[in-house]
Design a protein. Structure first.
Ligand SMILES: Cc1ncc(COP(=O)(O)O)c(CNc2cccc(C(=O)O)c2)c1O
Length: 452
């Protein structure tokens, strides 16, 4: 006899879930995930579910990695916690900072540790403003971001993000953060070539800088590929133009690689793949493969020099910044990535294989587009393949498909009517075949349901 009902009742009585309609979930009952191994989850009813989302884009090295468990156990026995305030440090933080300087692009040589991706983005907001104040330009405070970006759920993270539903709750965005349009060609680029659309969207940055006044703009922040916004992969013309504009006006470039980092796109970091040189880079999720919470802001030499030589005391930090057990797991995780050559595997073999199998879904009657890079991909559910017209919102096509996926033994994420996958990087070709077959079956069932 499973404990499912009891767990669901207690969950409904005591637990408020993130990003959840509380009453609806309490009426439906939550799915209790009890275990996981490799790329598979197990729920309290014994169902085996292929985790096409690697948890929340984060379990890059897969579940059940004993090396990570051992690293955590050993560190917990040695030093379960100590802080990095008050002029103290500890070997795991020192070793991880050194390792991150090695594996990130050459100009990123210093790390500010946090406990999450949101805390990374709160950190970069305060850090870039402190940078310009240290240079005698305290009015250079504005950060330019994009509509439909996701940068976390703290007040600054949610404000840097461009999600209107988040802004509506809590009077966001806070002052000093503005948004330009996103490079979402499928949804917003009708009638323009990807190349021209990418340039047009990037050039909104220059227009915004000139409208605000260069002396007011501190930085631009962007996810190389917008994840939670729907795996928005910009046209090739976009990022080089963003970089050119940042360089032209001397504003700082922040790359939020919380999702894109640690091999997800077939590069250690997506900035390398898109040919941009961020002054600051936010990391989380894949840094520990999700086994423990951690965030890290990589600080480029241009910024670090000013903060160190002219910044004085930077009055910012968190209790769990560089938590020793999280650092130990991150070190073991990165060493696993290196010993298994996982980034090369994503770039050369399993990434191309997944993209090839995933693109076959473009022939499905309700799929308007498939897209992807490395081991992240999306497909657009449409009612009319000719015009790419969507189903009516009331049809809830994305959530319908997501439910069919779960009931068929697959986790896919729905962002509106865009279906997303971001599986563990250790997925095999056979498991990719299973994922695509389950996705196709779920699309078939969705099409039947919506036609009915
Ligand atoms: C690009 C980016 N930046 C910052 C964050 C915030 O990280 P933390 O959650 O660790 O504070 C994220 C997180 N991304 C995220 C978090 C939760 C859910 C989903 C989803 O796609 O449903 C995506 C993210 O994707």
């Amino acid at each position: 006899m499973s404990n499912t009902k009891e767990w669901q009742q207690q969950d409904a009585s005591h637990h408020l879930h993130p990003f959840t309609h509380f009453q609806a979930l309490n009426q439906k009952g939550s799915r209790i995930i009890t275990g996981a191994q490799g790329v598979y989850l197990e729920d309290s009813e014994g169902h085996k579910i292929l985790d096409g989302m690697a948890g929340l884009w984060c379990v890059n090295m897969g579940y059940g990695r004993q090396e990570l468990v051992d690293a955590a156990t050993k560190q917990m026995q040695q030093l379960p916690y100590y802080n990095l305030f008050f002029q103290t440090s500890h070997p795991p933080a020192v070793q991880l900072a050194t390792l991150l300087a090695e594996v990130t692009p050459a100009h990123l040589n210093r790390v500010f540790f946090t406990g999450s991706g949101s805390e990374c983005n709160d950190t970069v907001l305060r850090m870039v403003r402190h940078y310009w104040a240290s240079l005698g330009q305290p009015d250079k405070q504005v950060i330019i971001s994009r509509h439909n970006a996701y940068h976390g759920s703290t007040v600054a993270g949610a404000s840097l993000g461009g999600m209107s539903g988040m802004h509506a709750q809590g009077g966001l965005p806070i002052p000093g953060i503005v948004h330009i349009d996103q490079p979402y060609h499928f949804g917003e680029g009708q009638g323009m070539s990807p190349h021209d659309f990418g340039l047009a969207r990037a050039r909104q940055l220059e227009e915004k800088i000139l409208a605000l006044g260069v002396d007011k703009v501190a930085a631009f922040i962007g996810e190389p590929i917008q994840g939670a916004g729907g795996v928005i992969i910009p046209p090739d013309s976009y990022w080089p133009e963003i970089q050119r504009i940042c360089d032209k006006y001397g504003i700082l470039l922040i790359a939020d690689e919380v999702i894109c980092g640690f091999g997800r796109t077939g590069h250690w970091f997506a900035s390398e793949g898109f040919g941009i040189k961020p002054d600051l880079m936010c990391l989380a999720k894949g840094i520990t493969s999700g086994y423990l919470p951690m965030g890290a802001v990589m600080v480029g030499d241009r910024v670090a020099k000013v903060l160190i030589e002219q910044g004085g005391e930077f009055n910012h930090g968190f209790t769990y910044s560089g938590h020793p057990v999280a650092c130990a797991v991150a070190i073991a995780n990165i060493q696993l990535m290196q010993s298994e050559s996982i980034v090369k595997r994503v770039h050369d073999s399993i990434g191309p294989y997944l993209q090839r199998r995933w693109s076959e879904l473009a022939d499905h009657p309700i799929v308007g587009e498939t897209r992807g890079k490395g081991l992240v991909a999306a497909l657009e559910i449409v009612q009319d393949k000719g015009t790419n017209a969507r189903f009516p919102a009331s049809a809830n096509a994305g959530m319908t498909c997501r439910e069919f996926c779960f009931n068929n033994g697959l986790v896919m994420r729905a962002v509106g009517d865009t279906m997303i996958i971001s599986p563990p990087l250790v997925i095999t070709e056979e498991q990719v075949d299973e994922l695509v077959d389950l996705a196709r079956r779920s699309l078939d069932l969705t099409a039947e349901r919506l036609a009915g």
